[in-house]
Ligand binder design. Sequence first.
Ligand code: PMP
Length: 394
Amino acid sequence: MLEHLQPLPADKILALVAAFREDPRDDKIDLGVGVYKDASGNTPVMRAVKEAERRILADQTTKAYTGLAGDPAYGAAMRDLVLADSVASERVAAVATPGGTGAIRQALELIRMAAPDATVWLSNPTWPNHPSIIKYLGMKMAEYTYFDSATREVDFAGMMADLDQIAAGDVVLLHGCCHNPTGANLTADQMAQVITLMQNKGAVPLIDIAYQGFGDGLDEDAKITRQIASAFDNCLIAASCSKNFGIYRERTGILMAVAKDSAQQGLAQQTLAYLNRQNYSFPPDHGARVVTTILTDPELRADWEAELEETRMGMLVLRQQLADELKRLTNSDRFDFLAHHRGMFSRLGTTPELVEKLRAEHGIYMVGDSRMNIAGLNAQTVPILAKAIVAAGV
Ligand code: PMP
């Protein structure tokens, strides 16, 4: 049987990690992998997470199964964090999932069950797992223009022209904040236009929110998600706790389906539980319990928010330092986009050849599409990167 398997292409980011590890240069800089790193290059366990884990270890009396949707308290806490009071809680169905990836997978399976002919529209570019899972599930997909490689901002006219072609019932996948891989995001006014267009077309929004708190703040980053949830009869929201709680390996996410009314919510809730059952039965609990413990305890929550805010501000400072240094070296403002972008990533917008040149000649590792992880920098490496970008002729 196994002889019939076909070799699969190597994961480019994991190959980059291996190449970085083997590079003997002392001054090499890793801007490849998608995890947050502090100034010393570590991905720390957040203080509130440590404390929540300590309490769980001390107080937990059973490891019996939770429910197919996970612990309802987790669903309620996450609904609050992401949606606040933008929709009535009776309209929201929710299931815990293994990470944001699990939530996206379940969202797509739900779409396939409810609307097998719908096309799922993805930004070009988007997080590569989006098209990969859609293709694997055998669903229809299409791309809408997103990134303008000249300005390194959103090509809004191109995006609207492409979205004008969507059919009623099609699904549009939007990044809730901190677009991965570009770092370029829509303004509030542009988002309002996209919402109106999607409403006129009868589209269903699917929001992937994996970086709430990494861009402009916890509430600010959820604004688009809340706006959409309140503007449509139906929408799907896949949220990840990997980044904002720093619990990548605990696999903690949630899929929320906003329904038209409570009857529809019941149907959606039943279907989501069914989908969990088919794929892995009960979702992982530890990360979800950590998140619930933090969000429902005022002291822990305040500490988590403070540490998340430090993380966010740190990345903003690095963005500004890099933009300023490049302005100084090039005597131009063509790299100002780095300060406008939000989240962990920025797409430098250069060719694969120059990305390779930065690696070979300067020991700077970024993904081939020129996505840089800003959190891979620190105050010492910003000037080194800026100099290399200019020397390579980006
Ligand atoms: N969506 C986007 C855009 C992401 O960047 C990520 C993480 N790389 C995820 C979803 C899912 O993350 P996880 O499954 O680790 O929670």
